[in-house]
Design a binder for this molecule. Sequence first.
Ligand code: GRG
Length: 295
Amino acid sequence: MNLEAYLSQRRRLIEEALKANLPGPQSYPPLIHQAMHYSLLAGGKRLRPILVLAAGEAVGYPAEGLLPAACAVEFLHTYSLIHDDLPSMDNDDYRRGRLTCHKVYGEAIAILAGDALLTEAFGLLARQVEAGSTPEATVAAVKELALAAGSRGLVGGQVVDLLAEEEEPDPRLVDYIHRHKTGSLIRACLRLGGILGGATDEQLEKLTRYGEDVGLAFQIVDDLLDILGDTAQTGKPVGSDLKKKKVTYPACFGLEESRRRAWELAERARRTAEELGERAWPLAALAHYVVDRQS
Ligand code: GRG
């Protein structure tokens, strides 16, 4: 199977599971459930859940058995996007090619939709036990996701990102922001797949290194797309980092050097995936997909 076919098959599986794990849009109180549907089912590449499944598959675990964890990371990712777009954060009007959650449902409901998705994410992850994971692996996965999403992970990265606005570009600062705001969740996806899939310590270490490299490469490319991308493809306006005086990779290193670093990280990740053997071919192919993407 080639990567395109793999991705569309996995996306189909994930879309169905996301719908099945969300309370219906008419569930009482409908407003919050409609807001959750609006943001969660608005498309999106579904890269993070795909990484969970591919990490599990790389260590011999069937993708279907990891769907609760895969949905959990997409719920959590969508919460972070809704909150990131709020007027008190990045104040964005468009996401995933449509108006942001607060533009449609108002700020209060958007905050609550994010809160609900974040909370439901941990409930879903706990349901890995029902999908066949051991209680020990499930608890380890819950701890992993909490650490990645909290003040020492995604939230910490967001805080430093907000504080750094208008500061001089600084390579150490941008590295911290990218590795936490974006990298920690991507790294956790690989580790969740590994932990729940029964990886050995050596396999888990390789998945972790792969996740760190791909996570950083992903955010460098996000910075590049904010300058060079096409709104029709990215689903959000270009040039917003510059307008908000964000600390980004291109601001620190320039376009060419940023591109070179992203490619180097992807190449190293590809080689790490190859060390995991034939079953890790989707991870190996995904490493370059992440840096070649246009959205
Ligand atoms: C307010 C409690 C509170 C917490 C804030 C919002 C937040 C915590 C952190 C923000 C993290 C964030 C939004 C990072 C940006 C990561 C990023 C590149 C998102 C875009 O991901 P894609 O391209 O999007 O995978 P799709 O739409 O394809 O899923």
